[in-house]
Design a protein around this ligand. Structure first.
Ligand SMILES: O=P(O)(O)OC[C@H]1O[C@H](OP(=O)(O)OP(=O)(O)O)[C@H](O)[C@@H]1O
Length: 238
């Protein structure tokens, strides 16, 4: 095994332990793994790294206790009007890292050059996925920032808003011929994401996939019919 792969596995184990720590006590994790609490605690705090062999054993034992779809679902909090707060998902760095690892695994062979998302809430997901893929993340904003000379800009009408929205991206951020993975935390009408596809086309870049944490209704199926690249969401609501 390459040194990089070995380090990645160790990091994965630490992320798994940190995530499980939110649902299980050290006593419970000690029973599952057969390791003393003190040892587990050192791993969680990053004071000590397990050997490659122990990492593999622990990942085998602990992976069945992780279900990232369920972890996302249980963190989504709806308000009385049916809107949800996604901050409990986006703020959980251990969970986001594990999600990003899985998404990056699906796109490693698609030669992604950039991850593209829309401000604001897409940024956290975009950063995690881009880091796993070892590429840069760029994000379209709803405002034209001073200091940027040239923008790509795409206007669209978000569903039920009755107003025109425009997304802006500095032109240096996307180049002709680049392969772009489009990601966002949530997709409802798909208008934001269609605007991102349009933006990639303006740049002469090529969208190679779309990934969302949460999709609402059948928008993923609709976009699959519109585009010839993979469109996926981790969980679907409604
Ligand atoms: O599929 P759609 O109907 O286009 O909706 C999805 C978009 O809505 C949210 O962003 P929002 O525009 O609310 O901005 P924010 O990220 O700043 O909250 C979300 O982060 C997506 O970008």
């Amino acid at each position: 095994m390459s040194q990089l792969k070995s380090v990645q596995e160790k990091l994965r184990l630490i992320r798994v332990l940190r995530l499980l720590k939110k649902s299980y006590t050290y006593e419970e994790l000690s029973k599952i793994t057969g390791l003393p609490i003190t040892v587990l605690n050192r791993y969680v705090r990053g004071k000590v790294l397990p050997s490659a062999e122990r990492t593999r054993e622990l990942l085998k034992l602990l992976t069945p206790y992780i279900n990232i779809e369920e972890e996302v679902k249980k963190r989504i909090k709806f308000d009385e009007r049916g809107f949800f707060d996604n901050m409990p998902v986006l703020s959980d760095t251990a969970l986001m890292s594990l999600i990003a690892e899985e998404v990056a695994g699906r796109y490693f062979d698609r030669d992604v050059d950039k991850v593209l998302t829309a401000a604001t809430d897409g940024i956290a997901l975009g950063v995690h996925i881009a880091r796993e893929l070892g590429v840069d993340v760029v994000y379209a904003k709803k405002k034209k920032e001073v200091g940027v000379e040239k923008f790509y800009e795409v206007s669209y009408v978000p569903s039920a808003s009755g107003t025109v929205m425009t997304l802006y991206l500095p032109q240096w951020a996307l180049r002709k011929g680049e392969n772009v993975l489009i990601v966002d935390d949530v997709i409802r009408s798909g208008e934001t994401q269609r605007a991102l596809v349009e933006m990639a086309h303006q740049a002469g870049a090529k969208p190679v996939g779309m990934f969302f944490l949460v999709s609402v209704g059948d928008i993923v199926e609709k976009l699959r019919e519109e585009y010839d690249f993979p469109v996926e969401s981790l969980i679907r609501l409604g």
